[in-house]
Design a protein around this ligand. Structure first.
Ligand code: AR6
Length: 189
């Protein structure tokens, strides 16, 4: 599904493996220790090679990690991208412990890093909806609303692609995008 905004910026939803989709920057669902892990983080480090962890070691030495709701940029090693943006989403508790704000903040941090670098394309996984337990329907609304808000009012990135692992996640994001598109009028289709 592709959603084009009035300014020509685009939001796309795909099912697949984020390490296989060529873009300028790939967002990763990392942890605040920046030490790698399972899920999409493991897949990104495996496909990208050791250069990514070397840069994270340097960042950790400099600033001690990455707070929940923020992100750091590294090279993408052998991935089909220039950068990996390591975002730290919240662990889900009850939805009333600041998780929505922290999840939106982790997306905004990546969008800001992409904007600062004047990147054209940025891919996202569904941050926090794996090991961190965020219900996918709720996370999709927050992720899409945050990205749409940025795309409406910024030149970079011009294209955001959500690469969702499996049809179930894809369908949840598609439902959410239809809902938000309808709610926002001008760029609805
Ligand atoms: N491409 C796209 N999406 C993927 C891929 C892939 N190759 N592999 C998994 N997903 P998770 P979190 C989906 O657990 O919940 C790590 O250990 C997955 O199906 O990767 O933010 C980190 O180091 C799910 O929908 O991230 C942290 O410690 C989504 O990616 C912790 O997990 C996110 O699931 C972060 O947990």
């Amino acid at each position: 599904m592709v959603h084009e905004l009035p300014n020509g910026n685009r939001l796309q939803l795909l099912a697949g493996d984020i390490t296989k989709v060529p873009v300028d920057a790939i967002a990763n669902a990392a942890n605040s220790g920046l030490r790698g892990g399972g899920g999409v983080d493991g897949a990104i480090h495996r496909a990208g090679g050791p250069a990514i962890m070397s840069e994270l070691d340097a960042i950790r030495a400099r600033q001690g990690g990455c707070a929940t709701g923020s992100a750091v940029a590294t090279t993408a090693g052998s991935l089909p991208a220039k950068y990996v943006l390591h975002a730290v989403g919240p662990v889900y508790r009850d939805g009333k412990s600041g998780e929505p704000e922290l999840l939106a903040s982790s997306y905004r941090a990546c969008l800001r890093l992409a904007e600062e670098r004047a990147l054209d394309s940025l891919s996202f996984p569904s941050i926090s909806t794996g090991v961190y337990g965020y219900p996918v329907e709720d996370a999709a609304e927050i992720a899409l609303a945050t990205v749409l808000e940025h795309l409406r009012s910024h030149r970079h990135p011009r294209q955001v692609i959500f690469v969702l692992f499996g049809d179930e996640a894809l369908h949840a994001y598609e439902r959410s995008l239809r809902h938000l598109g309808a709610a926002h009028g001008p760029d609805a289709r």
